[in-house]
Design a protein around this ligand. Structure first.
Ligand code: COA
Length: 293
């Protein structure tokens, strides 16, 4: 009988990193009111940082900031801004400086997504996603960089793996995220000599997020026939752990990198034979294999 399919555990960053690695640090996070970026913010606060979460919806931001403060014992404040509007972002940065005096870490995470074919996508729809994801990342970096230079801090841009291949109905998002990766790479080389690092986290399909809801048509967070090397969808703690590592001193020599957190799914070309059954039980495809089992 073939061994059972391994499922990666879901672990919390506090099982690996010390509680105080971000003591005295300040995080500025766009898209921090919900989903992946809220999870990253919570983890970074659990290791000692205060945070400002930025988004469009004031009510949701206020509720999330309160929840994050209560859960972590650190201070999180909301700053309402649209990343497409440089003026509102500058005001959010100003609010951060007035409250905390500095910015050490920035997560550029605000994003928009919907499924649409190129043939049915309006110019405005395409532009809207580019403006939120790509221009929004640029605007966030532009508004924060003087402060991040001062603190010799670091950036994380939240991207995707969609654009590594041709993902149907995601031309707008794929183009936008390719731009995000490019901005982060350039930022790493321009700002490295100032002591600033920049890296990208590229989530796989992530359970419990708006992106998953949009792409799975409101179905559950599991899909028939889904498989990847580590056996499950990405979970928010997987991404939070990557963010904690990339901001930590342990990553002080890592910059200009794109880190897919997708259980190895991006590398899988398993369309020709059943996966993972064929690697758990090679005899099931014995006819195709030349070597000894
Ligand atoms: N299919 C096709 N076009 C769509 C669309 C969809 N599902 N949703 C929006 N658009 C188009 C609109 O029709 C409009 O184009 P038009 O003027 O030619 O009609 C354009 O995109 C702008 O839409 P609008 O709703 O005015 O923009 P917005 O700034 O209020 O919101 C999004 C844009 C992308 C943020 C919105 O679609 C959204 O809220 N998505 C869910 C959030 C999300 O996906 N988060 C997870 C990120 S991974």
């Amino acid at each position: 009988m073939a061994p059972s399919y391994f499922l990666a555990p879901i672990v919390d960053s506090s099982s690996t990193f010390k509680d105080d690695i971000f003591k005295g640090k300040v995080l500025f996070c766009t898209g921090g009111g919900s989903g992946i970026c809220k999870g990253m913010t919570e983890a970074i606060m659990r290791h000692g940082a205060d945070a400002v979460i930025v988004g469009r919806k004031a009510d949701r931001l206020a509720a999330s900031a309160k929840e994050l403060s209560e859960k972590t014992g650190k201070t999180c404040i909301p700053a309402q801004a649209d990343v497409r509007d440089p003026k509102s972002l500058k005001d959010a940065v100003q609010k951060t400086i007035e409250r905390f005096g500095k910015i050490d870490f920035v997560i550029c995470g605000a994003a928009g997504n919907f499924m649409a074919p190129i043939s049915g996508l309006s110019e405005n729809a395409f532009r809207t996603v580019i403006e939120i994801d790509t221009l929004g990342t640029y605007n966030t970096i532009k508004a924060t960089i003087p402060h991040v230079r001062k603190s010799k801090g670091a950036y994380i841009c939240v991207s995707a793996t969609l654009h590594y291949r041709g993902t149907p109905y995601q031309a707008h998002v794929s183009a936008a995220k390719a731009g995000v990766d490019a901005i982060s790479n350039a930022l790493a080389t321009e700002e490295g000599p100032w002591g600033v690092r920049s890296n990208v986290i590229a989530p796989g399909f992530t359970s419990g997020t708006e992106g998953m809801r949009v792409m799975s048509g409101n179905k559950s967070n599991t899909a028939d026939g889904f498989s990847n090397p580590l056996g499950r969808f990405t979970e928010i703690p997987d991404l939070a752990n990557a963010a904690v590592f990339l901001f930590s001193p342990a990553a002080c020599y890592i910059t200009g990198q794109v880190l897919p957190v997708d259980g190895g799914g991006e590398h899988l070309r398993g369309d020709f034979f059943p996966y993972p059954q064929s690697v758990l039980d090679p005899s099931s495809i014995q006819k195709l294999l030349k070597g000894k089992l």
